[in-house]
Each structure stands twice: as C-alpha cells, then as structure tokens.
Design a protein around this ligand. Structure first.
Ligand SMILES: [Mg+2]
Length: 183
C-alpha cells in the first residue's frame, strides 16, 4: 500500500466546517458518511439536532448521502432510522466491499469522481476511500476518548503512518495531518 493512500485530500476539524456547496459546484454528487466519531460519538446512540440539520442541508443541495460504518447492524440501523438515510453496516473498511455496496444501493450509478468519502480514521476511512479513488475528507474525531478498543488499535498504526508521512511528505503532513495529530 502506497503511503500516499493514507493521505486524505483534505482535513477539517469537523463535518460542520465542510463547504458542501463548493463541493457540489465542483461536481460531487454522492456523500459517503462514516458514523462513529464522525457524526456521532461512540457512546451516543443518535445524532444531535445540529447534525440532523446539517444532513438535511446537504441533501437539500442535491447530494445523495449514504451512511457507511464498520459498526454492527443494530447501531447503524438506528441511525438510519433517525436520519432517514440508507446505510451499510459491517462495511469492513478499508476493504472495497462495503464501499461497493454503498454505490450499489445508491439511487443512481455515480462515477467514482463524483463521490466524497468522509470519516475520522486514516486506517479505515481514508485508506479505503483512496484505494477506490473517491475524494477523501478526514475529520477530527468528535471525541477520541470514546474510541473503541479496535479503533484504539487503528490509532496506534495511524500514529506510525502519520510519522512516515511527516518525514516523506512534510508539506502534505503540515497541511492535512498536523492538526489532526496534535488535537
Ligand atoms: Mg469513525
């Protein structure tokens, strides 16, 4: 796996900082959205009011939004119900399987270059999205303290990868990963 595949196209502090209108104008049409620590903390079952409003506004712009999570059916279907969004559980990110399923359940046949993949983890969300060729957005996790055990293991490898990126691509590190690492 090339080191470049672990570098997101862009990083934001939260989903609320993303200029979805600008992305729509650039031609993106499908948003694949991670759940845990991207739109909801691990220790909360449902999205808060601000997040629901944001999701509505993304849809209003004309985007289709699909949830894609490595978490289980119970967790994901509850959020699907609340947000009225389609979703994929046990997505097995960074493998392609779940992403392909998300593309399949979408209402249209979106070309890869119209897809934005948003998540809070380099080892799953960024790596998986980059492998397929989506535009990858990394967001700072809402609350690192709520990470599960398996996510903490991912974070361990994530720190190592970030270190490598820092030495090989210092400018990209500075621009896209420094704040993420130091938060
Ligand atoms: Mg996550």
């Amino acid at each position: 796996m090339a080191l470049k595949h672990y570098i997101p196209n862009i990083t934001y502090k939260s989903i609320f900082e993303i200029d979805f209108l600008a992305y729509y104008e650039q031609g993106f049409r499908l948003v694949l959205l991670d759940i845990d620590n991207t739109i909801i903390k691990y220790d909360q079952a449902l999205a808060d009011t601000d997040t629901l409003k944001l999701l509505e506004s993304i849809k209003t712009l004309g985007f289709e939004v699909i949830l894609i999570s490595n978490n289980n059916r119970k967790r994901v279907s509850l959020v699907m119900e609340q947000t009225k969004l389609k979703g994929v559980w046990f997505a097995l990110k960074p493998l392609k399987k779940g992403f392909k399923k998300a593309l399949k359940i979408a209402t249209k046949d979106y070309p890869i270059n119209e897809v934005i993949n948003i998540g809070d983890q380099i080892m799953t969300d960024v790596k998986g999205g980059e492998k397929i060729g989506f535009f990858t957005i990394l967001v700072h996790p809402i609350e690192r303290g709520t990470d599960t055990r398996s996510t903490r293991i991912n974070r361990f490898f994530e720190r190592k990868i970030i270190k490598k990126i820092k030495s090989k691509y210092p400018a990209l590190y500075e621009q896209r990963l420094k704040d993420y690492e130091e938060m």
